[in-house]
Design a protein around this ligand. Structure first.
Ligand code: C5P
Length: 236
């Protein structure tokens, strides 16, 4: 499932983030191709901006999803309208998921360049029995915990420095036993920034597999430059 209903405000003004082009192709199409490249992925559910579902459907129909035809034809697509938050968008996607799919991956449209080996590693770890799996990378930066500033833009007091060696930056696709993910979405009402944290709150085991630097999230304008450079390098 690809939640793609965000506005992408941090990227600057323009179309919803998922529909912005990377080397001439919308980011969402890159993300869909990245998932469909896995032989294990037989259905891609795209959660579209609420007012853009028809546009997204047209886009998916217009693009040959796998240049070279590697696994073209073996993947089905479904488009559903999203919600106000990422969490709500994922829930709408889960509600639309037909029976018969026991493993669900949730992948941000904003991570268009994730390599297929990362997708397959996540799937394999769920097949091996983990209810939830996240691709994870060590951190390059030291992380500080701060108190909110008393006035906007004011200094923030540092209150802690967690041990960096035990921290991980997590990416998507995150992989789930479908029943666990559905239960998490039915049970957890707190605001969260990823799906695995909801499964953590159920007390279920969440494990990591190695992430990949090319699975970075396109969030700010500089990330667009980096993404286009990665695509150019892949074509060499
Ligand atoms: O906002 P953030 O960068 O965390 O968004 C991650 C992913 O969630 C993006 O692919 C975005 O399109 C999606 N999203 C969504 N519905 C929302 C907000 C974000 O599908 N209401």
């Amino acid at each position: 499932m690809i939640p793609a209903a965000g506005r992408g405000v941090r990227l600057g003004p323009g179309a919803p983030k998922a529909l912005r082009a990377l080397n001439g192709t919308p980011m969402l199409i890159h993300a869909v191709r990245a998932m469909a490249a896995s032989r294990s992925v037989s259905l891609v559910v795209v959660v579209a901006p609420p007012d853009g579902a028809a546009e997204v459907k047209t886009l998916l129909d217009a693009h040959t999803l796998l240049p070279g035809g590697a696994t073209a034809g073996s993947t089905d697509f479904l488009v559903v309208p999203g919600g106000d938050t990422r969490q709500e968008s994922v829930r709408f996607g889960l509600d639309a998921l037909p029976p018969g799919f026991d493993i669900v991956l949730v992948h941000d449209a904003a991570r268009p360049l994730v390599p297929v080996d990362t997708v397959d590693a996540v799937i394999e770890a769920v097949r091996d029995g983990a209810p939830a799996v996240v691709p994870a990378l060590p951190l390059a930066d030291t992380v500080k915990q701060v108190e909110p500033a008393s006035e906007p833009g004011g200094p923030e007091a540092v209150v802690a420095t967690p041990d960096r060696s035990r921290l991980r930056a997590v990416q998507t696709p995150q992989g789930f036993d479908r029943a666990a993910l559905v239960r998490a979405h039915e049970t957890v009402t707190d605001d969260v920034t990823d799906d695995a944290s909801m499964v953590e709150q159920l007390g279920l085991r969440v494990v990591t597999v190695p992430g990949h630097e090319e699975a970075f999230k396109v969030t700010r304008p500089l990330d667009l430059v980096l993404a286009e450079a990665v695509l150019a390098r892949r074509r060499l």
